[in-house]
Design a protein around this ligand. Sequence first.
Ligand code: UDP
Ligand code: MG
Length: 297
Amino acid sequence: MITVIIPFYNEAESLLVLINRLIKTADKMGEPYEIVMVDDGSTDNPQEQIRQLPSNIYIKFVCHQRRMGKGKALQTGIGNAAGEIIALMDADLQDDPADLPKFFRKISDGYDLVNGIRTKRQDSWLIKIYSRTAKKFLQLFLHSPFTDINCGYKMFRKKVLDKVPLYGNNFRFLPLAAYYQGFKVTEIPIVNHPRIYGRSKFGPGKLAGGVFDTFTAYFIYKFAEQPLHFFGPVGSILFIAGFLLTGYLAIERLFFGVMLYRRPALLLGILLIIVGLQVIMTGVIGELIVYLNKRDK
Ligand code: UDP
Ligand code: MG
């Protein structure tokens, strides 16, 4: 069964159109499916719209008492999903339900996760430049196979979540994390319509969020089991730089009589040594936490 999860916050105008379109496509696909609508604390009275739906269709509605963010809404949706295949879709009609069969075809081909690529993206030029830079960066440094990692429209097998837990607002890194965990991932081009009703629920803050989420994905994949391998080199570089600097100052002081007052380099050297040690010790504590967790299991 396919579970289509749709989180929404103040999208009342879109809901009816969306659900009707979705049902039309899903019925044509001929697979068993369910729709899980997650109301993320909407204040624009979505019940009004929901009541107008025909009564013979099967949809789950879940409500948050107040707005908790898209990430939480997706988690709630997943908690209520009965299908072993899950699709995530926005409620604002920017994602087209007609693309659903394309996603499913890829899943049937044996892929574990299929991410959308928004062709003819309806976003501001700033976001476009940002996305392009982010994509290049991700491909270059994090070996990302994705073109449009921030695309919210995707389908995946539920088993992916056994290895890649969804928590907080980390839904943006799900594709990358799944890829790192060895799942078969792919992408398909999808249409991205301009927003007709309402306003975008995210400000520029989402850009920063994406950067941090992606870094988290990479960090967890690479260093979750061996944090010292990340903190060790970073701390060592700082420590060695500080050691060399203070060493140089010490030699000058001892053998060449250069006095140590009015030498800011001394402060810098000491700072580097202390910070370097701190960073290394953070890695050691990380290792300890990993070890204790494993042992207790
Ligand atoms: N959304 C939500 N809770 C929030 C913010 C957004 O459920 O706190 C939903 C929103 O209603 C929409 C989807 O997440 O269905 C994507 O949001 P939006 O279209 O505003 O993002 P954009 O397309 O501008 O990135
Ligand atoms: Mg949108």
